[in-house]
Design a protein. Sequence first.
Length: 426
Amino acid sequence: MRWLGRMFNTRDTLVRLTLLDLAGVGYLVFCTQAGRTPTVTQWILAVGAFAAALLLHRRPVANMVVQAALLAAAIALLDDIMINQVGASWALIEITIGAYRARTIGLAAGLLAVVDLTNTIGDSADRVAAGVVGLALEVGIPLLLGLVIRANWNLARQAQERAAAEQRQHESESRAARADERSAIARELHDVVAHHVASMVLRVGVARHVLTDLDPRVDEVFDDVHGTGTAALGELRRLVAVLRDPDGVRGDAALTAIEPSALPAAIGAAIDRARQAGITVEADLDPAIGSLDAVRGMAVLRLTQEALTNVAKHAGTSAVAHLVVAVRDGVVHWEVADTGRGGVPAGVPTGGGLLAGVPTGGGHGITGMRERVEVLGGRLEAGPSGTGWRVRTALPAVVAASDRAPVRSVPGERGAPADSPAPEPV
């Protein structure tokens, strides 16, 4: 049935009629009645039928009229009218399957029936009756075949429409489910995380005004913590806005990514914040990072913030961190290496809350960096180097899902063996 449907596809009309013409030529050459050689008149009417079928394959009604006229001539001039009968009957099939109105199909069938019945003019009643019965083969079967094919086409089209409707419904339900999930996450972020961060910012602000005659260094720390907490609240609010209504903030780079031209300044701010915590940072930034796309630009910024946070937390203020961001052939090469091995001196606030806007303590820093890099098609490498600790990656310009490299397992904490389950730094 699939082959039949393909054979009678409207796009394959020319191929179908070409095969029909070849079959007619074969009949004239090999299968004429009683082995008789076809006459010149028979060849002329047959070639006329073949040519009309090919030239008028996109105009079935005109082809029907021509084939009926050729059949009438064959009835008057020939004994063997098989070629012209098949040509006229096939023209009726093409009209029936061609989405024409019932009136057009009825007129075409009536025309063919009248022409066929002219073959019985002057015959006995028995031959006339036989001619009428023969119309079942010459008119009835083409009509039936055309209607069956047309019905199959309609069924196939309806099945496709139903499948498309079901797909749209499934996508709509999936979007609704994702929207519900985003709303739930947004509520948790707003009610739990934002509440506690706001409380901490408020208490630090109160402490700045209540406690007087503080050491300027302590006052500077209070100012930094207050500013970082305020920035974290702003980012939380933007994240909640994205979760609640992604379409409403689409195109706003401040909410979804970072403007390429703002990337150097944002990285510079992260470096300044690390230096305020007492870390020596040497930066080698390629000017080409100002032309990165927003997604990779945001990845570079977040990786830099996280890496400098980890340097402050694990290497201590005596360490020197070297940041390299370079763009070569469209690939972003990013690396942060430090020279420190010691812990953080007591009393120096150098945790994630200071540099990245998140609380310090055991977390999933390396895991988050690794996942962010993997999504962009890169591979994160992190581990001890000759003088300290190094984290690096390369973000490709174009990412194909099939080309994404697996992420190598790395130690989670300084000094921990590669196979130890120690928690990763934040």
